[in-house]
Design a binder for this molecule. Sequence first.
Ligand code: ATP
Ligand code: MG
Length: 555
Amino acid sequence: MSSDAAPTSNFIRAIIDGDLASGKHRSIATRFPPEPNGYLHVGHAKSICLNFGLARDYGGTCNLRFDDTNPEKENEEYAQSIQDDVRWLGFEWNGDVRWASDYFPALYDYAVELIKKGLAYVDDLTPEQMRDYRGTLTEKGRESPNRNRAIEENLDLFARMKNGEFADGSLTLRAKIDMASPNINLRDPVIYRIKRAHHIRTGDDWCIYPMYDYTHCVSDALEGITHSICTLEFEDHRPLYDWVLDNVSAPCHPRQYEFSRLELHYTITSKRKLLQLVNEQRVDGWDDPRMPTISGMRRRGYTPEGLREFARRIGVSKSPNIVDLSELEAAIRDDLEARAPRVMAVINPLKVTITNFDGAQTQQAALHPQQAEFGSREVQFSKEIFIEADDFAEVPPSGWKRLAPGGEVRLRHSYVMRCDEVVKDADGKIVELKCSIDHATLGKNPEGRKVKGVIHFVSREHAQPAEIRLYDRLFTVAEPDADKEKSFLEFINPDSLTVVQGWVESFAATAAPETRYQFERLGYFVADRRDHKPGERLVFNRTVALKDSWTKGKG
Ligand code: ATP
Ligand code: MG
């Protein structure tokens, strides 16, 4: 990770610099607090890079804390996937994984403290009544008839809520703040509810669960977090965060800072909608390479370094962070450019017979034009080769540099070849070319003429068949969930996946799953994590094309 480019400054770094310079803090402690109710997506990757990146850059710590206060939606699979994703992105949390549920006893005691201070009360308003009493943005709320219940009675009722004497939803504990506040979050928010739900960590120990806003600030304080960083939608919750910490005897008072969430064009970053794609089998699971999930991007062949670079490039601020997918692809492409060995593959094969093959030689070719340490491999050649069907034009358009009848091209890392004859089937479809090579051109320019075009090829005798998965954007519009009238599902791109049968040079056939290559002229590819079995079944996913075909032209 030391190879990462220097971090770009942002307002949060400026705050931290100030806090360290003034002596307010001697070191920093951040946290990443996902709810284990789904797989993480590219927006979470931004938050991970921010929180863990700050800890790394300032020599501080970052905790991984599961926000597990909604037992019905949470499960172990999600919790495990989140840990895998954070580690895969290149980060390690401080100590053990934390769970908000570890603090349920402390949270209960602090709630009792609030009751004793006259700052919380048990209420029996129904959800409808509560909504009605809460008021609106333009209208003050009204006080619940239970608001001035005696402290002793509140203590007794809250203990009995905990002991399971009341039905789910029949009572709540509310903070007693201000029903007339212009900030609706301060109009006596519910901090505990009764819910008999089995919890992944605490099982059936509790039938009351603390609400997120109450839990989060207390958890931060118990962990000694210095800078509690979240997305802007929590800005209006900050006064509640501070109110709770001002009124319970927590060990410290962390400060909350908000930044704008990443919104990526041509994709969605809502866990609920991603879950819908999975549940309705619109995609092949959470790690489908078209998904913006971290596990999907991993399976697609994105690199942790490329994602960290993307996070660095998009920066952190309070202004809208709406980014085109091409920016993400550019960061990945730039990383793969340096990292991926070059080999050859043909995805739409046209057979070529070399009529004067006898005496042909092979040569070694570097696996990377700049990185000599990647080594080299022999570029195999045989009497029959495959070229890309698109690299031949029977009637070439003007300016055509690739193969045409009677014309010559350089076979990459091999000979100059001339097309002598086009073979067609009964329907007139081109099925084969008969070509001849210039034996004097292996590693040398031809004598007395220039050959401009270079095409890739594989040796038919040596190449291995491979399933090649070509991906396109999952949605046909930049903002699939912007239209209030239509479901985002209507904008799924029907051509987001194309599977073809191609051929890869034998060097790539032994690749372990998750090995990345540049298939020359075709793009960056990765051996599929799930389905690729070297020696049995080769499956390569196209991670990204070599050039951005969207911002210019198509898009
Ligand atoms: P939910 O609706 O389930 O709460 P969420 O996307 O907020 O969804 P969390 O698990 O609560 O999911 O998120 C963990 C952290 O990731 C939070 O601190 C949240 O602010 C941050 N985060 C989530 N989405 C984005 C995003 N698009 N850009 C940046 N940060 C994000
Ligand atoms: Mg959330």
